[in-house]
Design a protein around this ligand. Structure first.
Ligand code: A3P
Length: 373
């Protein structure tokens, strides 16, 4: 046991001083030997494969077809079919993945799970968490930092998408500790995942709706979408939108964070924007790896916040070329838009804002959580 520990420590030391290419090779070699090399988190794309492998989608088991066809459905955006599975509206292609995660995924005790509703700061949280957790191996001011060559979505895998695509083996190939992401409601998580450290980010719902709108427009083929902003707004008010209802998504993790603050860190996009460096410190403390005095003196938390800022990310070549995703490819650039608070004023009338505020506040009543001042 002691010898194994020593070996792991040596691997960590070697990994933290080796150049990027060497670290990738070390991780791959250790994985081939079947030893979970303690250099995680490593960028998912460096270990989990790329390009060709992404294309090998395996169809979900036949039995899922019956389960899925019996679920309530609705259309959303450009006639996408959403299915209501255990109270949550999922893209129909994602339902098999969620069922498989529930039935077959066993998280490792040291996995860290990032969770968000769509368009609430997922990309940013992935970048900040990866940079914070992997800072020993990849110093944030290093010129070969993975986030300088890879989009954050290529660094942190999306669990239910991989299961939907039949590519869950790629998750097993990742060395511990793994950094994983899901959009699943708390009530959908299998017990082993719900026991992990979870970092949750949410956002003021009106800004979330506006962000979805722009994202949808940016990824649609020329000709646009057969859906208006007010249709999207209406679906959000009714809770019938991707991973909706938003209030159930937020409340599940809010309650979990109140019950076990040491296990669930509840972040709000608006607060992160107000003070990104405090967010980084908070994240590091929560993950059990607070910054040392030497790291503070060296400005490590500041370097992480700068590396992950929207301006830095938007300016990188990797985020202006290529696409991320397994079931569907999304241009890297589509994940970075304005990154501000309150853009809803440019899209909603005061009456629309009052109505959605009232709906959300009603659903959150008594929880201690609120999105309106
Ligand atoms: P806007 O569309 O309001 O600009 P997600 O990552 O969950 O898809 O969320 C996307 C939203 O987060 C977009 O919001 C995007 O601009 C913003 N975003 C992406 N990267 C960011 C970063 N590094 N800092 C702050 N906001 C970021």
């Amino acid at each position: 046991m002691e010898r194994e520990k020593l070996q792991v420590t040596r691997q960590q030391e070697q990994a933290s001083t080796a150049p990027t290419k060497t670290r990738q090779v070390m991780a791959a070699a250790a994985l081939e030997k079947g030893t979970a090399c303690a250099v995680g988190p490593v960028p998912f794309k460096d270990v989990g494969g790329d390009g060709e492998e992404d294309q090998k989608l395996i169809s979900p088991p036949e039995e899922y077809t019956n389960i899925i066809s019996a679920l309530p459905s609705t259309t959303w955006l450009d006639q996408r079919v959403l299915r209501q599975y255990q109270g949550s509206w999922l893209h129909h292609q994602m339902v098999p993945g969620v069922i498989s995660v529930q039935r077959r995924f066993t998280a490792r005790p040291d996995d860290v799970l990032l969770v968000s509703p769509p368009k609430c700061g997922t990309t940013w949280l992935k970048a900040l968490s990866f940079a914070t957790m992997a800072r020993a191996a990849y110093p944030p001011s290093g010129t070969d930092h993975p986030l300088l060559r890879l989009n954050p979505h290529d660094c942190v895998p999306f669990v239910e998408v991989l299961f939907s695509a039949g590519q869950e083996a790629r998750l097993e190939a990742l060395p511990s500790p793994r950094l994983l992401h899901t959009h699943m409601h708390h009530s959908l998580l299998p017990p082993s995942l719900a026991r992990c450290k979870i970092v949750y980010v949410c956002r003021e719902p009106k800004d979330m709706v506006v962000s979805i709108w722009h994202f949808a427009k940016s990824i649609m083929p020329a000709g646009g979408i057969a859906f208006s902003f007010s249709d999207l707004y209406e679906s959000a008010c009714q809770g019938k939108h991707l991973h909706g209802p938003i209030w159930d998504h937020v409340l599940g993790y809010w309650s979990a964070s109140k019950a076990s603050p040491e296990r669930v860190l509840f972040l709000r996009y608006e607060e992160m924007l107000l003070n990104p460096v405090s967010t980084v410190r908070n994240l590091a403390r929560f993950l059990g790896m607070p910054f040392t005095a030497a790291e503070e003196a060296a400005g490590t938390p500041i370097h992480i916040a700068e590396l992950c800022s929207i301006d830095t990310m938007r300016g990188l070549e990797t985020n202006n070329t290529g696409a991320a995703g397994v079931l569907a490819k999304f241009p890297h650039g589509s994940f970075f838009r304005k990154g501000v608070v309150g853009d809803w004023v440019n899209h909603m009338t005061p009456e629309m804002a009052r109505r959605i505020n009232a709906i959300v506040e009603d659903k959150l009543r008594g929880s201690g959580l609120s999105f309106t001042p």
